[in-house]
Every structure is written in C-alpha cells, then in structure tokens.
Design a binder for this molecule. Structure first.
Ligand code: SF4
Length: 374
C-alpha cells in the first residue's frame, strides 16, 4: 500500500530505530545530498552541514511521507536495466526501490500477468493520478502504426502517452529510453524515438547507459521521495550530479594517458601493465557518466578497470559512432574547465557518499554473518 509511510512499513517488518537511521544514511549517500541546496547554502561548517543534517532530513521525510508509487513500462528494450537493478550488489538500495517504494506495475517483476497485470496498472494510474513516477525502459516505435512493439495489444506510443498523462515525473532509464538506443541504430527499422521526444508536458529525467547504473536510478528516486523534486539536469535531461564529468576525467588509467603510454592490443605488455586503452577505441574522453566513480557490483569494478575500453554507451547514437575497437575513435572535445571543476566536486562528494554506504553495508553484512556463525 502506497498510503503508509516508509518508516511505519519498515517498523512493521521489525526494523529497529538504529537500523532505520542507518538506512537514512544510505539514502542520503545515494542522493549525494551534501551537494544539494539548502545544505550547500546553509553556511554551516562542512562537517556539520553534511552528516547529521542530511540524515535527519531524510529521516523526517521517510517518517512522514507515504511510499512513492511507481509504474514501470518496458517497451523496445532487452530488460537490461531491470536486470542490472535487481542484480545490484547494493541490497539495501534495491530494497528501497522494490519494497519501500511501491512498484505498482512492472512487466518483468510483477507477480501478476496478462489481464490481471493490466487491470492493476489501470487501477494504480487512477488511484495515484498526478502522484506516481513513471519509469520507462526501452524506446518507442511509432512507425507503421506502432506494430513493432505492442503490450496487451496496444502500441508503445499509446501506452507511453496514457501513463505519462497522470505521472508527476518521468524517468527514462537506459540508452533506449533516453536516446533511442540499439533499436534506433541505422537504419532504425522501427522508427524508434526517445521518451523526451514524445513527452513534452512533464519533467523527464534521462539516465542513459546500457544499462543505466542502478545507484544512479536509486539516487534520482530517493531525491524525489525525500524532496519531491528532481535533480538539476543538463541539456540532454541528464542529472548533472551523475553525468557532469566524463569517464576519462575520473579514469584510473588517466596518468598513463597523460604520459602517452597506450595499450596497442588486448594482450600486449601495455595491456598487462594497465596502460590507457585509448588506442583500442576507448570513448571515455567523450562519455559522460559516473562509471569511474560509482563503478558496478557494489563499487567493485567497471569495464576500463577490468581491461575493456569504454564503448560510450551513455551517449546519444553510440551504436553508430564507428567501430567499438577502432583506435583513437573518441574525439577529444573537452567541456569548459569551469564546468569540469564544478562537476568534479559534485562527483567527489557523491563517490564518497556511495563509498561510505557500501562500506557500511559490508560491515553490517560481516557482523550479521559472525552472529549467525556464533
Ligand atoms: S582514454 Fe579511456 S582508458 Fe584512457 S584514460 Fe581516458 S577513459 Fe581511461
């Protein structure tokens, strides 16, 4: 039930006050709260403005606000963003999305199927009209009366327009929903388009990536839940906190790039030494995303760290951007230095928050393990 507060629901499930406050700390980390107003402009010393104030702000919101209803459409997609979210190594954050926020309808995750699922969606859209967050995964195919993607006999365009009409905000997750993705690759046989090209009267947040980073998605939802607002966006509707710097700006191989040390093949000495992958086609210099700071699998690694060049999967039209492994294929157009500086600061705060959150989770998991063994 979305009418209950998140805290009362957690209490019913046996969560202690201490556990609740720990959870609030995680949510604050996911939002990258210490970078947001009014804390930023509070004038408090940094050590006071960050921890307790942000945590209590989240705690207040979770105790008073009802759970957030979410309707999730899957259109022309591979369900990779849903997969990434459910397989994320940040169980508390996934729990936030799947349990603390009410996912009223999700074609892959809903227990109901067929007519029953469609009826549940209609009921949720009526009950929470103007309040729910619509998440869209996949592109929309209006060509040829929408015959290339239908759910329950209705076209993707029809389904999007209906669900967007009653939404408070729309999140387009993954490259397909944000920019058209693989379905839009030349020659774009289904006429695939993005959500933002069709929804003009509602705020649309793009979180591109193939798939989108689960912690980014969670951070946006958590902010909406706590503040009722969306983060500041760039000209491609991407949250600046997560997409303000390029992968190259934060890459651990960057010193080798600066020193002119490049791997020339995947099995040469340079590759073994962890040198820069630019000549193997790395698109890090022109790709805006948080992969190098948030990483994947609970902060364990990301493609470049594991020896694979960045494919640029969070940029528009990346499938048609030339060979993935074509040497020096990423043009080195750089944003203005002031933008990089501001975004770098935001990214550092965010990475620190998420890092602390992951550490806290690992510690608490370790403690429970010991208890069970003892
Ligand atoms: S080109 Fe790629 S591998 Fe090299 S430093 Fe930049 S992002 Fe890292």
């Amino acid at each position: 039930m979305a009418d209950e507060s998140i805290y009362s629901e957690m209490k019913k499930n046996g969560l202690s006050r201490r556990g609740f406050l720990q959870f609030c700390g995680l949510v604050a980390g996911a939002i990258g709260l210490s970078n947001l107003p009014p804390l930023q402009s509070s004038g408090l010393p940094a050590h006071l403005a960050r921890k307790d104030a942000t945590q209590s702000m989240v705690a207040r919101a979770l105790q008073t606000k009802p759970r957030l209803p979410v309707i999730w459409l899957e259109l022309q997609d591979c369900a990779g963003c849903s997969e990434a979210l459910t397989r994320s190594q940040s169980p508390t954050l996934v729990d936030l999305v799947l349990n603390k926020i009410t996912v009223e309808y999700h074609e892959t995750l809903s227990a109901a199927a067929g007519f029953q699922a469609e009826e549940a969606k209609q009921a949720a859209m009526q009950k929470y009209a103007g309040q729910y967050v619509l998440v869209v995964e996949g592109s929309i195919s209006p060509k040829d009366d929408g015959v290339y993607c239908t759910v329950g006999g209705r076209s993707s365009l029809d389904l999007l327009q209906e669900a967007a009409a009653g939404a408070a905000a729309v999140i387009a997750t993954g490259n397909c929903a944000a920019f058209g993705g693989l379905p839009r690759a030349n020659p774009n046989p289904t006429g695939a388009v993005s959500v933002a090209e069709l929804v003009k009267d509602k705020p649309v947040v793009n979180i591109p990536g193939c798939p989108a980073i689960p912690e980014v998605f969670t951070g946006i939802l958590a902010q909406f839940l706590v503040f009722g607002s969306l983060p500041e966006l760039d000209n491609l509707h991407r949250p600046k906190t997560f997409y303000g710097t390029t992968v190259h700006d934060r890459c651990l191989r960057r010193p080798f790039y600066e020193a002119g040390k490049f791997a020339n093949s995947f099995d040469d000495e340079g590759a073994r030494q962890g040198w820069c992958l630019y000549k193997l086609g790395c698109k890090g210099p022109t790709t805006y995303n948080s992969c190098a700071t948030l990483k994947w699998a609970g902060g364990l690694s990301f493609p470049i760290q594991s020896g694979h060049p960045c494919l640029g999967c969070s940029e528009p039209g990346f499938w048609d951007g030339g060979g993935f492994y074509q040497g020096q294929s990423a043009p080195l157009a750089r944003p203005a230095l002031t933008t990089v500086g501001a975004a770098a600061a935001a990214g550092a705060v965010l990475a620190a928050g998420m890092g602390a959150a992951n550490q806290a989770q690992k510690k608490s998991a370790g403690r429970s393990e010991k208890k069970e063994q003892g």
